[in-house]
Design a protein around this ligand. Sequence first.
Ligand code: RUB
Length: 311
Amino acid sequence: MDSAFQQVVEDIRTLRIQGATNIAIEGVKAFASLATRLEVSSLDNLFEELEKARYILATARATEPALRNGLRYIVYNLHEKANSVQEAKEIANSFTQEYVNLLKESKRKVISYGAHRIKPGSTIMTHCHSSLSTGVILEAHNQGKDIQVFCTETRPLYQGRITAKELVEAGITTTQVVDSAMRWVLNRHDVDIIITGADAITSQGTVINKIGTRLLALAAKEMDIPFYSAINLLKYDPETSIGKLSEIEMRAGTEIWENPPEGLNFLNPAFETVSSDLIDGIITESGVFSPSIVYMIIKEKYPFMIISEDT
Ligand code: RUB
């Protein structure tokens, strides 16, 4: 694979490209642009090389089905419609653009539906950085709803600072806390609603998001505060419907402590699951509904994501 492609993979691995939607957009674009540069002898040869590239991208971060679904969408359509290398190279970009448009359009709807859910004067809590949940909050602010936000710093890589910066720059009253203060905030600061993003959703309606999200959902349950997940359905993990478990990405201990004492062990899971009973609603491009019916909605809206053992 050439250096331009490898650079995008590295940027995804190191979180220079961060958040499921951005990862999916930049990943599929890098894939299509590589396709146009590959020097191959036949269509079969092109598909072999693309399979290698697909694997490299799909494993750059383990818990990112929106990227994997995009790669599936492009490869499936190339197999169906391309009759020559030249043709495949010509149409790769248009299928990529189609998928990027799906992502962008679904994000627009999530933001619009999510903003309806926020009442004027609300105090909102969020975790990590999600372009969908900050999008919802910014839209509510633009509608003049006089909101304030608490956000976590999100150790070890501080993505909460990206959230805080975006919100403060928009003029929203924003307070940052360390991750371990999340329950404290819910208990003491009259939080009305929690909105986080998500990286994946399973066939059973379990949402996967940044480590700490389940703790926030549990604290929300304890205090009866509604917990919403802003997620587009392109983040559905199709393999969960045939019994496989979504993989949770484990990252290097050096992200936690760069120069640790010798012999110290680390555990650095990037994400965790939030089961559907802890979620009041998922805010999606198809509307706001219970996570437990996600499979039915996806089956109708995105049939290309439905797989069986034979596909
Ligand atoms: C980011 C994260 C975000 C989701 C959703 O984790 O957990 O909530 O990716 O993002 P990381 P979006 O920083 O490890 O990528 O709403 O932008 O798709």
